[in-house]
Design a protein. Structure first.
Length: 262
C-alpha cells in the first residue's frame, strides 16, 4: 500500500507519528490497543477522504508525555490535535480503545465534528455480560480472540508480534494497562454523558465480538441520541481488519446518507 505519508507532529510538548493520505473531507481514525498502522481500509477510504491516522501518545514511535495519566487526557489531546490542524467537519472514527477515546472526546465537544463512528468500542461497563479479559491473555491469545476468522488472526499476529515490532508492542501494552487496568477498559462516568453527543453517530460491531459483545453496542445505541447500529456478520472485535469491505461500505453509506439529509 502506498499513497500516504508519514510525518511527526508536536502538540503540548508531545511528538507523535502521523500517517495521512487522500483528499476530501477529513476522516480522523483513532487506532486500538494493538497500535497504529495504515490499514487496507484506510487506503480505500483515502480514495474519498483526507484520512488522518495518528499514533497515540504512549504508543509505538510517539512520545510518552508526563501528562498522560487517563483516557481523558487523550480525549483532550485530540481536541487540541484537531485545533492544531485546523480541521472542521471531521468524521471521527475509532476502534476499541480508539473508540473509547473518540466517545470521550465527543461528550466534551462536537464543535468540529461532522460525524462519529465507534467500532467495537471500549468505554462502557455492562453489568452481567460475559466478556474476555484481555489483560489475562498473552499477546497471541489476545490477538486470536479479536477474530472470528483465524486466518485473519494469523496475518495480524505476524505483523504485530514480529521481532522488529517487539519494542512498540511492549510500549503499547504498558500504555493500555496504564489507561485501562482499573477499572477494566471503561469509564464509570462515560454513560452519564453520552446524551451530549449531538452529531450523527454510527456503531459498527462484529456479531462475534467477545471482547465487547453486542450488549455493549446496544448500550451505546441506547445512550447516544439517534445512533445507528450496524452488526457485521462473521466478524469479531476488529471489523475494520476482519471485514474491511463491510466496514468501509457501512461507513461510506452512513456518511453519504447524512450528506444527502443535510
Amino acid at each position: 500500500m502506498a499513497d500516504f505519508s508519514t510525518s511527526a507532529l508536536t502538540i503540548r510538548g508531545c511528538r507523535i507519528r502521523l500517517m495521512r493520505g487522500g483528499a476530501g473531507e477529513p476522516l480522523l481514525y483513532l487506532h486500538g490497543a494493538s497500535g497504529a498502522s495504515w490499514l487496507p481500509c484506510l487506503q480505500t477510504l483515502s480514495e474519498r477522504f483526507d484520512v488522518i491516522a495518528p499514533e497515540h501518545p504512549g504508543f509505538g514511535e510517539s512520545d510518552t508525555p508526563d501528562w498522560l495519566d487517563t483516557i481523558h487526557d487523550l480525549a483532550y489531546f485530540y481536541l487540541d490535535f484537531i485545533d492544531e490542524l485546523k480541521l472542521r467537519g471531521v468524521h471521527l472514527v475509532g476502534n476499541s480503545l480508539g473508540g473509547w477515546i473518540a466517545a470521550e472526546l465527543a461528550i466534551r465537544s462536537t464543535a468540529r465534528l461532522a460525524s462519529l463512528t465507534l467500532a467495537g468500542s471500549a468505554g462502557l461497563f455492562v453489568d452481567g455480560v460475559e466478556q474476555l479479559d484481555t489483560f489475562l491473555l498473552n499477546d497471541e491469545q489476545r490477538l486470536r480472540a479479536f477474530f472470528c476468522d483465524q486466518k485473519r488472526a494469523e496475518a495480524m499476529i505476524a505483523r504485530v508480534l514480529s521481532p522488529e515490532a517487539e519494542d512498540a508492542a511492549l510500549r503499547n501494552r504498558a500504555t493500555v494497562a496504564k489507561l485501562g487496568w482499573q477499572p477494566r477498559s471503561h469509564d464509570p462516568h462515560l454513560g452519564k454523558w453520552l446524551h451530549r453527543i449531538d452529531v450523527p453517530t454510527l456503531l459498527i460491531w462484529g456479531d462475534h465480538d467477545r471482547v465487547f459483545p453486542k450488549a455493549h453496542a446496544l448500550a451505546f445505541e441506547n445512550a447516544i441520541p439517534g445512533a445507528k447500529l450496524v452488526m457485521v456478520p462473521n466478524c469479531g472485535h476488529v471489523p475494520q481488519i476482519e471485514q474491511p469491505d463491510a466496514f468501509v461500505a457501512a461507513l461510506e453509506s452512513f456518511i453519504g446518507t447524512r450528506r444527502q439529509a443535510a
